[in-house]
Design a protein around this ligand. Structure first.
Ligand code: I3S
Length: 129
């Protein structure tokens, strides 16, 4: 079937607060460091902004606009994480084509499910290009 406007990448946009941590890079496991992020999906790119409480220099709200991790969703995979990956509930596992793995989590199931759907839709849409 033809790709209607609903599948256009420009409609696949979302923003909100999520918990996230990087877990591996270049096949190397990294110690988890869970923190809250203002998270923005735009144009096939997912950006996790720095936690306003992180000791990154900038104070308070200013820090919320500084990107911490930028993930190109082209070629990425998204899945619900297995219980072995985290003791938290509602955890997603995002792997970038560049080989970086993140866990993304939020206690409210409907919120994390919406993120799962839109990230999966975006990856599918980018694969069609
Ligand atoms: O996979 P792990 O090592 O059980 O992850 C936990 C640790 O990162 C822990 O910090 P320490 O490295 O200081 O022990 C975190 O506080 C936990 O949140 C991590 O586990 P969960 O199950 O929450 O992802």
């Amino acid at each position: 079937h033809s790709a209607g406007y609903q599948e256009d990448i420009s409609n696949l946009e979302k923003a909100g607060i999520l918990n996230k941590t990087k877990v591996s890079e270049n096949g190397k496991k990294i110690r988890k460091n869970w923190s809250n992020s203002w998270t923005v999906l735009h144009g096939g790119t997912l950006i996790f902004h720095k936690d306003s409480k992180s000791p990154a220099g900038a104070s308070g709200k200013t820090n919320q606009i500084v990107p911490e991790f930028t993930v190109e969703l082209k070629g990425a995979t998204i899945n619900w994480a297995t219980k072995e990956k985290s003791s938290k509930k509602n955890v997603l596992e995002l792997k970038s084509r560049a080989g970086v793995e993140y866990l993304i989590q939020y206690d409210t199931e409907s919120i994390i499910t919406d993120w799962y759907k839109i990230i999966a839709d975006t990856i599918r849409q980018l694969d069609l290009r």
